[in-house]
Design a binder for this molecule. Structure first.
Ligand code: B12
Ligand code: SF4
Length: 459
């Protein structure tokens, strides 16, 4: 956890990666899931095969777990973002590595384990839309999490920002959407009126997004998603989002320095358009969760003050900050490594809350202090009140106070009543404060009938 986090962060939602692996080869297999953010692993429980999903910071722990199982003679396969981005970092630590999508590797892995001929590497870096599997939601123990109403509608991102895992060599396929009917079916299966789309980029193919939003319009959902900063440049997109129940958009603004943005090869971001972007989103009653990265080469100690003032002035409802972290396999990592600027190679520290490289425009201490200052000041009482929006006040106050300001108190309440119950209560309170939009009123709530009359999307 980062200094400003509580277990509300680590118990926010389950790892969809593992539940997707489970849904790929379901028949005739039993699964046990362990999430060490939530529970201990029972290493004595019987297993024929162990699969671990690995992100950058969890690699060292995944290696420890692997060793314990391998000592018992149980084969261990590692997959996920880190293994896909930088398989070399895990070489020799697992019996097999799964590079890319489980949909194309796991069936072979299971068969090969059964036949006793597991290979060292399995690879699937391209998928067609209909090959994308949905997670086995029915296997999730929802009592452990704040939210299980999380849905992934795509894989990848059309952009390749240099600090993102999407810039890695093994991420060959730039972007692929699932068939709309599959996602609609999943929403129905979850049976919830509030959905979080957790794609890297929900507008990676605007034509798909338009067709999808039209398909869910009759469901009268409230939803949120992550989008790239070009959302306001796509004609009609923000209006359609508003009309179909969008309450909040997560956007990687990353920096207020165009030099830093250009160095990150983030071509879709233009600082000159940021204020208009915020205005256009706010005008439609949608909240903004902006993400910033500090320590890029255009940043100096003055960056923090300037960014905080800008955030408050533009009344951004929520802000997520990161210290630039060079993920192995990314272009950023290659550049910093070549320049001899990586100062800490312990991946447990690669949580975006530690300085693991030598910044250019400030000292590592200034970067760390500035990062903490952003959280402290953006979420001060005064600034929470100054940033207050005119719409969605309930959701705004819940996030700013219950999650950020009084997270430890909320965490204690969760321990008493259960994380999922609190998640449900928050959803209910947020819905009270946001009405059905005009675009949603008077529509029949039968998206499948509606879909049948719609031409299928080419993606
Ligand atoms: C939702 C999400 C969250 C949620 C939920 C996290 C969770 N419990 O999983 C929250 C908000 C809590 C979160 C928190 C954080 N996150 Co996050 N998160 C995501 C996000 C947007 C989606 C993850 C997802 O569900 N994807 C959908 C599934 C289906 O895809 P998948 O996991 O890749 O799985 C596929 C393959 O990889 C493969 N696969 C995966 N696992 C395995 C295992 C085996 C055995 C096999 C065979 C195959 C396989 O098959 C799957 C199906 O195709 C990703 C971005 C992304 N696109 O993945 C970032 C991402 C994973 N997060 C990231 C980060 C940095 C964090 C934080 C550290 C942020 C912070 N500073 O606090 C924290 C860490 C919290 C923690 N330690 O638990 C980074 C990780 C970077 C890296 N290189 O490792 C990512 C990649 C974002 C990014 N673009 O940089 N996150
Ligand atoms: S827009 Fe976001 S998800 Fe896409 S490559 Fe850039 S940082 Fe990664």
């Amino acid at each position: 956890m980062r200094p400003m986090d509580t277990t509300l962060k680590t118990r926010m939602s389950p790892s969809l990666g593992l539940y997707t692996v489970a849904s790929v080869v379901r028949d005739g297999n039993d699964f046990t899931f362990y999430n060490e953010n939530v529970e201990d692993i029972d290493f004595d429980a019987p297993a024929d095969l162990v699969g671990i999903t690995v992100t950058v910071d969890t690699l060292p722990r995944a290696i420890e777990i692997s060793r314990r199982y391998r000592e018992k003679g149980i084969p261990v396969v590692a997959g996920g973002i880190q293994i896909t981005s930088c398989p070399a970092s895990a070489a020799g630590e697992f019996d097999a590595l799964s590079i890319g999508f489980a949909e194309g590797t796991w069936p072979d892995i299971v068969n090969d384990v059964k036949r006793g001929c597991l290979r060292a590497e399995y690879r699937c870096v391209r998928l067609s839309p209909s090959q994308i599997a949905g997670p086995a939601y029915d296997l999730i123990d929802s009592s452990k999490y704040l939210y299980v109403n999380v849905i992934s509608t795509s894989r990848g991102c059309p952009f390749k920002c240099s600090f993102c895992y999407n810039s890695c060599d093994n991420i060959r396929q730039s972007y692929v959407n699932r068939p709309i009917a599959d996602v609609v079916r999943e929403i129905r299966q979850l049976n919830r009126r509030h959905i979080m789309f957790i794609d890297d980029n929900f507008i990676g193919n605007p034509q798909w997004t338009r067709e999808f939003l039209e398909a869910i319009r009759p469901m009268r959902l409230k939803w949120q998603a992550a989008v790239s900063a070009n959302v306001a440049d796509i004609p009609g997109m923000l209006d359609l989002m508003k009309d179909t129940g969008c309450t909040s958009l997560f956007i990687g603004l990353e920096s207020l320095s165009q030099e830093s943005i250009d160095l990150s090869e983030k071509r879709q971001n233009s600082i000159a358009k940021y204020e208009r972007l915020c205005e256009e989103i706010h005008k439609r009653g949608i909240m903004i969760n902006a993400s910033f990265v500090f320590g890029l080469d255009g940043d100096t100690p003055a960056t923090f003050r300037h960014t905080i003032d800008w955030i408050v002035r533009n009344r951004l409802e929520t802000v997520t900050s990161h210290i630039l972290t060079p993920y192995p396999g990314t272009r950023q990592h290659a550049d910093l490594s070549a320049a001899g600027r990586i100062t800490d190679t312990d991946q447990r520290h690669y949580t975006t809350s530690r300085v693991v490289f030598q910044p250019k425009g400030m000292t590592p201490e200034e970067l760390y202090r500035g990062y903490l200052q952003v959280y402290r000041e953006v979420y001060s009482w005064r600034n929470i009140l100054r940033r207050m929006p005119s719409d969605n006040r309930a959701a705004y106050l819940i996030f700013n106070f219950l999650y950020r300001k009084f997270g430890h108190l909320t965490e204690s309440v969760c321990r008493m009543i259960g994380y999922n119950r609190l998640g449900r209560a928050v959803e209910y309170l947020s819905r009270l404060g946001s009405k059905l939009t005009d675009g949603q009123k008077g529509r029949v709530a039968d998206p499948e009938a509606d879909l049948a009359t719609r031409r299928s999307c080419p993606t």
